[in-house]
Design a protein around this ligand. Structure first.
Ligand code: PRP
Length: 177
């Protein structure tokens, strides 16, 4: 375990097993309908890479970069789109692929933005969900794990841009924040 981590919440194997289960749900949902997966960077990149390789439905991938935390542990409340996609999503079945739902502020903003572009459907898949912290009423259609209100790192999630590469989900030591 990384020395800045005090506990592992989910191991690499546990996450991989859950990703397979989520992929089965998503395959079943879309069947032979093409789906556009939109990864929300940066945090969503590892989950997208794992999830899409378990999908058998017809899928394409796109990326948006959105940030609302900066180097802090609390949402600034201001969502910034750092990179938008070139693809026109009108009439497409879209699945947002996110690493974590926390306050829900980022996802609320993204969903409102993308709804305005008139996709045929817009669903959300998150690997981690912290429901106790929710400020905006966002519900994930596909959710990997509910987690307690602790600051987590790894599997794409950072603190001040570090730790995204840890293959597990861990709790950061308070002295490292
Ligand atoms: C994190 C995370 C989610 C969002 C969730 O992104 O990746 O997108 O915060 O938090 P919320 O539900 O409270 O809005 P962040 O802004 O840290 O950018 P990053 O993905 O580049 O780390």
């Amino acid at each position: 375990m990384h020395p800045d981590c005090q506990e592992i919440l989910f191991t690499e194997d546990q996450i991989a097993a859950r990703v397979k289960e989520l992929a089965a749900e998503i395959n079943d949902c879309y069947k032979d309908k093409p789906v556009l997966l939109i990864s929300i960077l940066k945090g969503g990149f590892i989950f997208l890479a794992d999830l899409c390789r378990q999908l058998t439905c017809d899928c394409r991938v796109e990326f948006m970069a959105v940030s609302s935390y900066g180097n802090r542990t609390e949402s600034t409340g201001t969502v910034r789109v750092l990179h938008d996609m070139a693809t026109n999503i009108e009439g497409l079945d879209v699945l947002l692929v996110e690493d974590i739902l926390d306050s829900g502020i980022s996802m609320r903003y993204i969903m409102e933005l993308l709804s305005g572009r008139k996709p045929a459907s817009l669903r959300l898949c998150t690997i981690f969900d912290k429901p106790d912290r929710r400020v905006q009423p966002i519900h994930a259609d596909f959710c990997g794990f509910q987690i307690p209100d602790v600051f987590v790192i790894g599997y794409g999630l950072d603190y001040a841009e570090k730790y995204r590469n840890l293959p597990y989900l861990g709790v950061i030591k308070p002295e490292c924040i």
